[in-house]
Design a protein around this ligand. Structure first.
Ligand code: C2E
Ligand code: CA
Ligand code: CA
Ligand code: CA
Length: 279
């Protein structure tokens, strides 16, 4: 009896030792980081093509890891999406942006666009409505145009839940953008069903401008398609003056890219708005 008890306790002790000692799974590491609020928002400016004035910003997530430093989203977003943790992570950065910009909301121009990248799973979660509402109450009515960016790579299913969520978002004035446009296969019907307002032309197309090759025509085709759909166009990944001039000539409405500004921490973005206001 005693031996059996001893054996059992030994096995149990070994099991505990093994559980504590093995490397943490990526999911529990993400969950730990979420608890510690290590996911932080960076903002990148969007400019109007005609006067190159800042009319908004896209929020891009970074992981401020205690040992590894700043981690790029493509290294952790796929895992976050697979585990569903992307939803509370997005909620966290929405709260951070609302808090930081709302703190000095007089600096934010009227009608300023702020966009968040939203994954497909989040679009089936009715809590998204409340999250958007809670974001907007930090600002004066009409001060912020809240935009949700949905990637064309991850097409949404037009199920009743998603459609109902989007029609309620539409009533709240929240706008939709199709991200990475040209890389997937969003149909006209799809764009109508979800009341899409903006198309963001993928940067892989922008890079082809000025290459004077067949691939330059592909850019024109993507722009023409967007124009014919009657939606506002945003070009992302604009790095050169030549690209900006070309896109302006094609009637693209908004530009985003290193030429105009890199993504920076939300507080630094707010400080730059302040400097601009004082200048
Ligand atoms: P995206 O939504 O297409 O974002 C644009 C990416 O291009 C960003 O990379 C941005 O930093 C980068 N970029 C902007 N201008 C230029 C430029 O002129 N040249 C070049 N070479 N790159 C430029 P980032 O921040 O590393 O994000 C990568 C992707 O990760 C995003 O692509 C988006 O799909 C995803 N992501 C980022 N934040 C979030 C988030 O909060 N939620 C979700 N679901 N996905 C996110
Ligand atoms: Ca985006
Ligand atoms: Ca994109
Ligand atoms: Ca709309």
């Amino acid at each position: 009896g005693l031996w059996l008890l001893l054996g059992l306790s030994l096995t149990f002790a070994l099991l505990i030792w093994w559980l504590l000692g093995r490397p943490r799974s990526p999911n529990s590491e993400l969950a730990r980081a979420l608890q510690a609020r290590e996911f932080v928002p960076f903002l990148q400016p969007l400019v109007a093509t005609d006067d190159e004035g800042i009319m908004g910003a896209e929020v891009l997530m970074r992981w401020q890891h205690p040992d590894e430093g700043l981690i790029r989203p493509d290294l952790f977003i796929p895992q976050a999406e697979a585990s569903g943790l992307i939803i509370p992570m997005t909620t966290l950065i929405m709260e951070e942006v609302a808090k930081e910009l709302g703190m000095q909301r007089a600096l934010v121009p009227h009608g300023f666009h702020i966009s968040f990248n939203i994954s497909a799973a989040h679009c089936r979660d009715m809590a998204l409505l409340d999250e958007c509402r809670r974001f907007l109450v930090h600002f004066a009515p009409g001060q912020i145009v809240l935009v949700l960016e949905l990637t064309e790579r991850e097409l949404l299913v037009a199920d009743p839940q998603t459609l109902s969520l989007f029609s309620q978002l539409d009533e709240m004035g929240v706008r939709l953008a199709i991200d990475d446009f040209g890389t997937g296969h969003a149909s006209l019907l799809y764009l109508q069903q979800f009341h899409v307002d903006y198309l963001k032309i993928d940067q892989s197309f922008i890079r082809r401008i000025g290459t004077e090759s067949l691939s330059e025509h592909i850019v024109d085709n993507v722009i023409d398609l967007g124009t014919r759909l009657g939606l506002s166009l945003v070009a992302e990944g604009v790095e050169t003056v030549e690209q900006a001039r070309y896109l302006k000539g094609k009637g693209v409405d908004y530009l985003q890219g290193y030429l105009f500004g890199r993504p920076i921490p939300v507080r630094q973005f707010r400080d730059e708005l302040q400097q601009r206001a004082m200048a």
